[in-house]
Write a protein that binds this ligand. Sequence first.
Ligand SMILES: [Zn+2]
Ligand SMILES: [Zn+2]
Length: 404
Amino acid sequence: MSTEASVGADPEEPVVPADPVIETANEQLEDGVNRCPACGSTEIQLRVSTSMLICLFCRHEWAEEKVEPLVSADQALRDLTGTTVATGASDITADADMLTMKCSGCGAEVVVNTSESTSSRCHWCRHVLSVNEQLPNGAVPDAVLPFSITRDQAVERIKEFAGKRRMFALRRFTREFTPENVVGVYLPYMVVDSNASADVQGVGEVQTRRYTRGTGDNKKTVYDADVYRVDRHVDFTADDLTLESSSERANMSAFVNTNNVINTILPFDTKNAVQWNASYLVGYTSERRDTDVSELVPVLEQQLLSIARSEVRDSVSRYDRGVRWETENVVVHGTRWLSMYLPVWLYSYYHEAGERSMVHYIAVNGRTGETMGSVPVSHWRLSVAALTTGTVLESVAVAILAAS
Ligand SMILES: [Zn+2]
Ligand SMILES: [Zn+2]
């Protein structure tokens, strides 16, 4: 006789598979001190011309590990399921911006305001202390893409950009133009890999005959066409889509301009991003991420849908009178999220014009040198140019106005 069987028959808790997490914290920097591997000095910064870290004491140069192999782990995007979030992209839960660090040089306690900086100098022994911990406030990302375009190169690009628009630019802008005031900024992005499918349905037309009816002023061209129901299913993957992860910037009216500007200097070579080391940020400003994965899912779905549309477009060329899409939907099978700092050189100009004052920006991609921006235009100069050289230039002027 045995009762064990019934005793042991308690229904087990259903096993819910936890979403996978990718650990990206830089373990070598756990003690909060970023030392030169050759001499141990903490005087380290980015050498832009090589995109490597350089020790200002012994001139040794090195780079942190690329983050891509760590993240993809040989998994094909086609096999991606669920939501994988790297540790630096996890939800923002704390407002804990002030971090107290113990200086390993002298033992003093040093406070770092992580919303403004990710490193600080010990005021007693002058050791540089760096925030390497991925605090739940979005200040430390999974990866950083270091600048490779130097300040001088950025200044050149900005001069060239403004120079081409000089003819229509506000005189004051031209007079006060000081591209040397360019600032290097690391902006927060989510870099997302996706495995998805999409279904679209619509109506396509193929022309069978084309002829004219009536005579004289009543002449009309008509056509006959066969009408088809068109259904398409696409399975696709998207590698390294970049989504802005600072909502603060999107909400500030003065910055609306920048938002658009930054998106026009994409893409970045995100595959070259390296593991976090606060020393990459020395001498640059950065903006903290304030958006979680869940808030960015709708944005991602919109981007995936537009990828699906363009995938489908090639397959419907036989409908020579076009296809009118009526329904579309995207199913996301798997995503992988990584937070990353991307490098941008920014030149700003505050244009004061009463109620319509605004900040104009010229932005330079810190990797490719791609440059875009807006320059305050003189409407008077635009009209004169349009009157003297005709309608072609006028349409150009309107386009510039619309873009500014
Ligand atoms: Zn050194
Ligand atoms: Zn100290």
